[in-house]
Write a protein that binds this ligand. Sequence first.
Ligand SMILES: *Cc1c(COP(=O)(O)O)cnc(C)c1O
Length: 237
Amino acid sequence: MISQPQSVADLQHNLELVRERIAATCERSGRDPQDVRLLPVSKTVPEEVLRNAVAAGVVMFGENKVQEVVRKSENLADTGVKWAVIGHLQTNKAKYVAELASEFQALDSVKVAAALHKRLQLAGRELDVFVQVNTSGEASKFGADPAAVPALLEQLAGYASLRVRGFMTMAANTDNSAEVAACFARLRGIRDSAVRDFGENVCGAELSMGMSGDFELAIAEGSTCVRVGSSIFGSRN
Ligand SMILES: *Cc1c(COP(=O)(O)O)cnc(C)c1O
């Protein structure tokens, strides 16, 4: 596990190491590294470190808690950095996401979509969203059931303020890499079916999958966005 980055140079170094691993995996998989976005996940990391990350070139952070992203977006407003909310959302907090997020990656119900749409209309905004799917079947994981995705997409088409960009998942929590890869392959299959049945203009084609421990497996399975926290910012303990 890497140590806490203390300076802009430390962050540049950590980002570079992750980008090199992304590039090497793309090369092995016959993919273009340009097709894989690195989303640095900054949860629990204090604002002064995030300022250094912005100075190191980061333009968007992923955060999983609404309260934390509200605070950080205020404290870093002067930097112009963007925010992706990547954690489960309760409808009573939809207002904050509608007002401050550039992207919401954890959309898993019509209820949340309706709440966001209402708040987005009030704010006069649109929002890029990813449908989160529970590909592991673990009860502890959020995300729509794979079988429920087509019906969810059908209903999302009614919310004009939500631009569906694709799908997001967290793999099974296991050291068994075949099982982890199977979760990623499942999300790709869900995306492929959705694109076939609804068209890319309705459901998007992005695949947000892969974190510090498994992003190489995710890229091999087609990930277009890896959400990496501890490999950039150090362990959260
Ligand atoms: C924390 C988090 C990550 C990043 O996890 P690391 O293992 O630190 O890379 C990615 N996605 C989500 C949804 C998270 O909550």
